[in-house]
Design a protein around this ligand. Structure first.
Ligand code: Z5A
Length: 217
């Protein structure tokens, strides 16, 4: 059985990642592929428990380095329990956020030294690198308005409820990751109608992996 493909989605809050992850999975399943949808932090029972700690803000006192260790620990378990077994059986794995989010949130935007980010990524990710990363880019105010509309009060979780300058640093961080990894990353304009974003992503994935009807690559 050929190894499956590993596709990650990255971007700021309200970019439309979860929406597009769901739609890409539907598209690939319609082609007859075995698709596993997962997310970070989370994606396995232990990693989901760590997600609860991180998003609640209860472990904020650990500081950026402490949080980065927790993201890395969750990622190691997620890879071992969910991602690698799926790829080995030939499934396509679509993940809502992955290691680039640590590089941007804890690194570029929150000041964690790039050498520490590199070390954590090497230890936690090893060779389980994405085949394709789709960076959904849009202006910060557009993303935050979407998130505020969803939550009803605009307060959000520990990571959403931060200053606009921090969100802008994250946006630039993701664009920087994409520029530094042009073979792996593709930036998609997320400030358009969801259907337009969906068809660009379907065309990208179909072309990138040479998919034919029936799902054969
Ligand atoms: N984090 C970290 O710091 N370090 C790490 O290593 C990792 C993560 C892995 C996880 O939050 C947090 O953890 C995250 C980074 C940090 N920070 N935050 N916040 P999460 O998983 O709960 O949330 P998120 O990843 O940021 O996703 P999100 O806020 O839910 O946004 P989204 O998935 O990109 O968007 P969406 O849910 O698809 O859409 C948002 C709303 O907009 C929704 O009502 C949609 O119906 C609507 N939408 C979507 N697309 C469109 C278009 N095209 N037009 C109009 N409206 C749209």
């Amino acid at each position: 059985m050929a190894r499956g493909k590993f596709i990650t989605f990255e971007g700021g809050e309200g970019a439309g990642k979860s929406t597009q992850v769901r739609r890409l999975a539907e598209h690939l399943r319609a082609l007859g592929l075995d698709v596993v949808v997962t997310r970070e932090p989370g994606g396995s029972p232990s990693a989901e428990a760590i997600r609860g700690l991180l998003l609640s803000g209860r472990v904020r006192a650990l500081g950026t380095l402490g949080e980065a260790y927790l993201f890395a620990a969750a990622r190691m378990d997620h890879i071992a329990e969910t991602i690698e077994p799926a790829l080995e059986r030939g499934a396509w794995v679509i993940c809502d956020r992955f290691a680039d989010s640590t590089r941007v949130y804890q690194g570029a935007a929150d000041g964690l030294d790039v050498e520490i980010v590199d070390d954590l990524e090497r230890i936690a990710v090893g060779n389980c690198r994405p085949d394709l990363t789709i960076v959904i880019d849009l202006p910060v105010d557009v993303g935050l308005a979407r998130v505020a509309g969803r939550s009803g009060n605009g307060t959000g979780d520990r990571f959403e409820a931060e200053a606009v300058a921090v969100h802008e640093a994250r946006r630039q961080g993701f664009l920087g990751v994409a520029a530094a990894n042009p073979d792996r990353c593709v930036v998609i304009d997320g400030a358009r109608e969801a259907d337009a974003v969906t068809s660009d992503i379907a065309a990208l994935v179909t072309g990138r992996f040479g998919l034919a009807i029936g799902g054969r690559a």
